[in-house]
Ligand binder design. Structure first.
Ligand SMILES: NC(=O)c1ccc[n+]([C@@H]2O[C@H](COP(=O)([O-])OP(=O)(O)OC[C@H]3O[C@@H](n4cnc5c(N)ncnc54)[C@H](OP(=O)(O)O)[C@@H]3O)[C@@H](O)[C@H]2O)c1
Length: 452
């Protein structure tokens, strides 16, 4: 009997990390896994409850409803067998290239007879910064800022595959914490890469459109010269280079404009602000493709299933992984509210509530997309246009807010952002046979998640 392949997922509470656990385990991932540590009992009750989240699509509705009441030990989850995994394509319009199976993990001795067997015999080991999953289950603790601790954790866990979904993603704050951003996004990849190279393990890592300056006139390809314009972008680029130079077998997925039905992201911010304001002013001159974390996770699993079978590094390297098409943040905002079952026209001021302009700038937030903040007060570094907005009506807007296009220049932020974040995903398609769906299709799916 061969040992199962151990897949360590670092950053399991992030948008992508969370979806990765689900994609790797299929729907079998227990939000309240059976406890090994039941004896810990009620005094170990957790209190991490996400606030009730109301949206124009209904009272929502993140995965929080099912969260546990007690901290329980996370069990490593066996992955879907290939037969189950086949069904994955039905809810993820991801194409798969059928091709010859290659010998997997020779020295690891996973004697797969067909493609997918290596992955089917895996155990998934989640890790978070504080050692707890969002559902209250205990898991491995890995803080990427603690490089010695990271190395010790790898020695203890001895993973065969390290999927790093963790990152310092506060784009604006990084301008003030460059050392920390570089340690987490850059140096930590050196530790992971060196450990993997020493032990014959493989690394899957995520990077960003922010490695580019955004001045291109066509979609960026993987071999276009990076030229980050922010601390965050430079730190992520440093991670790419460090990993590439480590000698470890690796895949780096550059993604962009990540959102999900949970977590901190543009979609959730829009819905929250939409419930509070008559008018939202949204940047219209930054172009990219909104990409659901779930699409990234499912694509990762699809690719992993093939890549683990590769005996050599021919398909190692950088791949762009974003949804198809492009839009602006403003276009994305309009598309979000278009999908709400509510009229788009705001009420006239005569009806009682004057609509005040509320700027929706790309400010701080995670991973390089404009995660907006409701402007509470004007602030010297982020001058806001007139603000105000209607009173909240139990969190539910009777109508969608009016979306007003503004320019990046109208709302300066601490960190510069690329104006053009369009990534060419042709390499992923030709190398792994993955065809990525249009961003609008993806949005329909995520909105569907919110509504149900
Ligand atoms: N979000 C985007 O728009 C976007 C765009 C392009 C690329 N990316 C890349 O995609 C990947 C996943 O992003 P995401 O959107 O899933 O990010 P996210 O939702 O912000 O999650 C990041 C995770 O990293 C964890 N983390 C932060 N610092 C850490 C540390 N020192 N040690 C261990 N864990 C730490 C966070 O843990 P806590 O929960 O404890 O804070 C969080 O769970 C990242 O590599 C990111 O750079 C994201």
């Amino acid at each position: 009997m061969h040992e199962p392949v151990k897949i360590l997922v670092v950053g399991a509470n992030g948008q992508v990390g969370y979806e990765l656990l689900r994609a790797l385990a299929g729907s079998a991932i227990p939000l309240n896994p059976p406890s090994q540590a039941k004896g810990e009992g009620s005094d170990a009750a957790i209190g991490r409850k996400e606030e009730e989240f109301k949206t124009p699509f209904g009272t929502k509705g993140v995965a929080a409803q099912q969260r546990g009441d007690a901290r329980e030990r996370y069990e490593a989850i066996p992955l879907n067998p290939p037969s189950q995994a086949k069904g994955e394509g039905s809810d993820a319009p991801i194409g798969r290239k059928e091709e010859e199976f290659k010998t997997p993990f020779g020295t690891k001795g996973v004697a797969a007879q067909q493609r997918g067997d290596a992955l089917a015999r895996c155990k998934v080991i989640p890790a978070t910064r504080d050692g707890w999953l969002e559902n209250g289950a205990e898991c491995e603790r890995i803080d990427l800022a603690d490089l010695a601790g990271l190395n010790a954790a790898l020695d203890r866990i001895t993973p065969d595959v390290i999927v790093n979904a963790a990152a310092y993603t506060a784009v604006d704050r990084a301008e003030d914490e460059p050392d920390l951003a570089l340690r987490v996004n850059g140096d930590a990849l050196g530790v992971i890469g060196a450990w993997a190279a020493r032990h014959g393990a493989r690394v899957v890592h995520y990077s960003t459109d922010y490695v580019f300056d955004g001045h291109a006139t066509r979609a960026y390809r993987e071999d276009d010269a990076p030229c980050p314009v922010s601390v965050y972008g430079r730190s992520k680029r440093a991670g790419e280079v460090t990993l590439q130079e480590s000698g470890a077998r690796h895949l780096i997925f550059r993604t962009a404009w990540v959102y999900a039905a949970r977590g901190k992201n543009f979609l959730r911010t829009m819905l929250r602000l939409g419930a509070e304001r008559d008018e939202l002013r949204v940047v219209d001159d930054q172009i990219g493709a909104p990409t659901p974390a779930r699409l990234i996770a499912k694509t990762t699993v699809t690719v992993l299933r093939q890549w683990l079978d590769d005996a050599g590094p021919a398909r190692d390297g950088v791949y762009h992984l974003v949804a198809g098409g492009r839009t602006s943040w403003c276009g994305f905002a309009r598309a979000i509210f278009d999908r709400a079952d509510i009229p788009l026209d705001p009420p006239s001021p005569a009806k009682g509530e004057a609509g005040h302009a509320v700027s929706l700038p790309p400010t701080t937030g995670n991973a390089g997309h404009p995660v907006s903040h409701p402007p509470a007060t004007g602030n010297a570094s982020h001058p806001l246009p007139q603000e105000g907005g209607r009173a909240q009506r139990g969190g539910m807007p009777p109508h969608a807010p009016r979306i007003v296009a503004i320019r990046t220049a109208d709302y300066p932020t601490r960190a510069a952002r690329p104006a053009w974040s369009v990534l060419d995903t042709g390499k992923l398609r030709t190398t792994f046979g993955v065809a990525l769906p249009a961003w609008e299709t993806c949005l329909d799916e995520v909105i569907g998640d919110l509504a149900h």
